[in-house]
Design a protein around this ligand. Structure first.
Ligand SMILES: Nc1ncnc2c1ncn2[C@@H]1O[C@H](COP(=O)(O)OP(=O)(O)OP(=O)(O)O)[C@@H](O)[C@H]1O
Length: 629
């Protein structure tokens, strides 16, 4: 034992009490008892022996184990002696084999044996290792918690994504880079009839996309969805088919978009929509349109045929008709127009006499001069003279101003004496004189004016009636009847009806600003089988009404007045249509009376209203003479 240790431990030998090893052995820490005086280890439990590399528990000197830390150990022993117990981590021990040991020494003097010191040794290196393990275990535990939280977060995210995908109205499915289905939303399952179990993990192309609609095989390498995840393309397809589980195709439009996992192409997502219904509606619409187009073509061809016929037939003078009567009339117009011969036109009312007179004038060398149309029955008998000869202010008829008469106005032009039989008899004689003398003197004047007039006269009387009724003076009749032309009533020239109907419909539509309905053969037959009177004006009225009531270019003809509404497809007429009908009806009455309103044969009497009412209606409906002539 070195001296210093001896000084500490002393030279006195003590009786060493027997330490029950079992007690020491029971301790969890390394423990030993040393004799300070003898500088010997008197007992050591297995942990201490292992730590200090002691083979035996007793007898080994202790001071070599303290080595250079002896001063520290002495301080510790002093403190133990003073306080009864003390501890230190500043003393470095070494094992018997020289292994340095960082320990915590805790010491207590053994009761009744002051040289015996009980020491426990805490291996600090071992303790730190335990701490590290404990810390690692702690870290591990908290890492696990973190991981669990992250897992919950992601599964919630996944759940929400699933909800969104399932709520989408479009079918959505994903494929990986091998073309295997990775997910499938609810809409996709409903549209395809395939469940997620059927498709997940399977090659979806071979299940739902294997054939084209025409039965041709659809190779995967041609499929735009494959191209999306092979060549990183977004592909939009408007019309393909996916095959349902029940074997039926559904027409789809879809978009396939490549998807990436950490920048690596991982597959594609396909969003598709079932367009079967839309395609079916489109197909039906196309068929309907084709049918309508075919129908329209047919009607237009019919119409074109009729129009063509009209253009050919109306080559002359706006006089429409293909009948031999009309052709003959036109021929006679051509014959006489370029001469100055007096023309006498006869025919029932509304058979086209005025039309013929106009045609003759327009085709004559006088065409650039006026055609003076005098309706002989439109003026009161006492006013006829002034109307024809004119007057000067202060004339016996009480004229307040100078006014030229129709004869004077027709100078170098044509005078059309319409319904000449309506002229008062004595006027007829005076007129004949004026025409024969080719001179006119106004009422109240003395100056005679020369007349250069081409005369055309018309009558509703037949030749026989004209001769027998004595409504036209014979000398006048002979004077006028140089070149007779007879206009046939419509009932005697049924074959003119289609052309006339088309012509009058066109005019009515233009005037009423209505789209021109198509005149079909059916309507033409309907018109031809109607029992027409002679007057073309009735056909005129029918076509004008047709222009009003026809819808969508479908011609609806009401024969014999206002006909049934059923043909219009409606049970009522609109206010505007009613207004138009009132207007057309009024014009028809005016046409019938040739503009006369009052009196027993006036339009007011025909319509059963007061003349004053009719005047105000004519004003409010903006009806002018051109409407009924
Ligand atoms: N062949 C025809 N072609 C075209 N329109 C015709 C034909 N015949 C008659 N019309 C039409 O019928 C209507 C009556 O014709 P117009 O006034 O010439 O007959 P009118 O015999 O002079 O009648 P009124 O004796 O009552 O004076 C007019 O709108 C006219 O355009």
């Amino acid at each position: 034992m070195p001296r210093c240790a001896a000084a500490v431990f002393g030279e006195v030998m003590y009786e060493i009490p027997t330490t029950p090893d079992s007690l020491l052995d029971a301790l969890a820490e390394a423990a030993l008892v040393i004799d300070l005086v003898a500088d010997r280890i008197v007992a050591a439990n297995p942990r201490a022996r292992a730590l200090l590399d002691l083979e035996d528990s007793t007898g080994a000197p202790f001071s070599p184990l303290v080595g250079a830390s002896l001063p520290g150990f002495i301080v510790l022993v002093d403190e133990i002696a003073h306080r009864g117990e003390a501890w230190s981590r500043d003393i470095t021990l070494a094992s018997i084999t020289g292994r340095p040991l960082r320990v915590e020494l805790r010491g207590r003097l053994v009761a009744n044996a002051p040289s015996l010191l009980a020491l426990t040794l805490l291996d600090l290196a071992e303790m730190e290792r335990h701490d590290r393990i404990a810390q690692a275990a702690e870290l591990h535990r908290s890492g696990l918690l973190e991981w669990r939280r992250a897992q919950e977060f992601f599964s919630e995210l996944e759940r929400q994504n699933q909800l969104i995908l399932n709520a989408a109205g479009e079918g959505i499915y994903g494929v990986n880079a091998d073309g295997k289905t990775t997910f499938l939303n609810r809409a996709a399952q409903e549209m395809l009839g395939w469940t997620a179990e059927d498709l997940l993990g399977h090659d979806i192309h071979s299940v739902i996309h294997h054939h084209h609609l025409n039965g041709d095989i659809y190779h995967a390498h041609d499929c735009p969805i494959y191209q999306s995840f092979r060549f990183e393309e977004v592909n939009r397809i408007e019309d393909e088919v996916f095959w349902r589980k029940d074997g039926k195709p559904i027409r789809v439009e879809y978009v396939s978009t490549p998807i990436y996992d950490q920048n690596v192409l991982a597959g594609a997502v396909v969003i598709f929509r079932d367009i079967t219904e839309r395609k079916e509606s489109e197909r039906k619409l196309r068929e309907a349109m084709a049918e309508v187009a075919a129908l329209r073509d047919r009607l237009e061809q019919e119409n074109a045929y009729l129009q063509e016929a009209i253009t050919t037939e109306r080559a002359h003078h706006n006089i429409i008709g293909a009948s031999s009567a009309v052709r003959q009339t036109v021929q006679r117009i051509d014959l006489v127009a370029r001469t100055d011969a007096t023309v006498f036109i006869s025919g029932e009312t509304g058979t086209g006499k005025s039309l013929v007179a106009t045609a003759i004038h327009k085709a004559s060398p006088r065409a650039r001069r006026p055609l003076i149309h005098f309706k002989c029955g439109s003026v009161a008998p006492e006013e006829v003279e002034a109307e024809l000869w004119g007057q000067v202010r202060g004339a016996p008829n009480g004229a307040t101003r100078d006014k030229p008469g129709k004869l004077e106005l027709a100078h170098s032009g044509t005078l059309f004496l319409d319904d000449v039989e309506e002229l008062p008899f004595e006027i007829q004689g005076k007129l004949l004189a004026a025409l024969q003398n080719s001179a006119v003197t106004r009422l109240g004047d003395t100056r005679e004016k020369p007349l250069d007039i081409r005369v055309i006269a018309s009558t509703t009387l037949s030749d026989k009636q004209a001769r027998r009724s004595h409504r036209i003076r014979e000398d006048l009749y002979l004077f006028l009847n140089v070149f007779p032309i007879t206009c046939q009533p419509l009932r005697d020239r049924q074959e003119d009806i289609p052309l006339l109907a088309a012509h009058l419909l066109k005019i009515a539509c233009r005037r009423l600003n209505r789209p021109e309905p198509v005149l079909t053969e059916g309507v033409v037959q309907q018109l031809q089988s109607y029992d027409w009177p002679g007057n073309v004006r009735e056909l005129h009225n029918v076509m004008e009404r047709a222009a009003i009531v026809s819808q969508d270019r479908k011609l609806v003809v009401e024969l014999g007045g206002v006909g049934p509404l059923a043909e219009t497809g409606r049970s009522f007429r609109t206010e505007a249509q009613m207004q138009d009908l009132v207007r057309v009806n009024l014009i028809a009455a005016l046409r019938e009376t040739r503009g006369r309103i009052a009196g027993p044969s006036g339009a007011a009497a025909l319509l059963g209203v007061k003349p004053t009412t009719l005047y105000s209606r004519i004003g409010s409906l903006n009806i002018v003479e051109a409407d009924w002539t």
